[in-house]
Design a protein around this ligand. Structure first.
Ligand SMILES: [Zn+2]
Length: 216
């Protein structure tokens, strides 16, 4: 529990978005307030064709080009990221979505990050590590993206769907498998993860943002 109280106040910094001086956590409070915080904080995603569903828990409803602060934050995560930002976002996510009144709430969770497309640790890993550090949960990077044969005849959105291989099977796992990715759009990667991990009986997806496409 000690790690739950993260101290962001040790150094005076400037807001990464507007540049104003402040003394805690990456963005100034004005910019944090401008972020598109999700109302419900969760949405259901279709699992397999039998009608199963799983829950996506997230912080921000993101539509590109509609909120400059959010665009800037998410873009900055993609670039050279700062682990402190992920820790701050993870703390916010857990405060909202995890019942910490239960002792050892994180022990029954296994955190599985989306694999990098470039076979190196990236933002989904950073997000997953920040979450598992705070919760004292196991961090299990057991998914691997595999190259998909002929890409030529596929549409662009089909090409963006990763084919995943799981190195561990959670079909009998009694705890909850939490698949984490920084941004979830259609849920296709999460669905691929669900199957690659052996359709865990308790499966959730946690992301920083839920991306809404312009057509919605
Ligand atoms: Zn600001």
């Amino acid at each position: 529990m000690r790690r739950f109280l993260i101290d962001f106040s040790s150094d005076i910094r400037t807001c990464s978005y507007c540049g104003s001086f402040f003394n805690t956590g990456f963005l100034c409070s004005g910019c944090w307030q401008k972020m598109p915080w999700s109302q419900n904080g969760h949405v259901l995603i279709r699992g397999d064709n039998s009608g199963s569903q799983f829950i996506l828990k997230y912080l921000f409803d993101w539509k590109a080009n509609e909120n400059r602060v959010c665009d800037a934050l998410l873009t900055s995560l993609k670039g050279g990221f700062d682990q402190n930002v992920f820790r701050k976002l993870a703390a916010l996510h857990i405060r909202r979505h995890v019942v910490m009144s239960q002792p050892k709430a994180g022990v029954n969770l296994v955190i599985v990050p989306a694999p990098s497309k470039h076979s190196r640790a990236d933002h989904a890993f950073a997000w997953g590590r920040a979450l598992s550090d705070i919760l004292d949960s196991k961090f299990v990077p057991s998914l691997e993206a595999i190259a998909v044969g002929n890409q030529k005849n596929k549409t662009r959105s089909e090409r963006n769907v990763l084919e995943l291989k799981g190195h561990e099977n959670f079909s009998e796992f009694q705890g909850t498998v939490v698949f984490v990715d920084d941004i979830v759009t259609t849920g296709a990667t999460a669905r691929a993860a669900y199957f690659a991990l052996g359709r865990p009986p308790h499966f959730e997806v946690w992301s920083i943002a839920y991306r809404h496409l312009a057509a919605e």
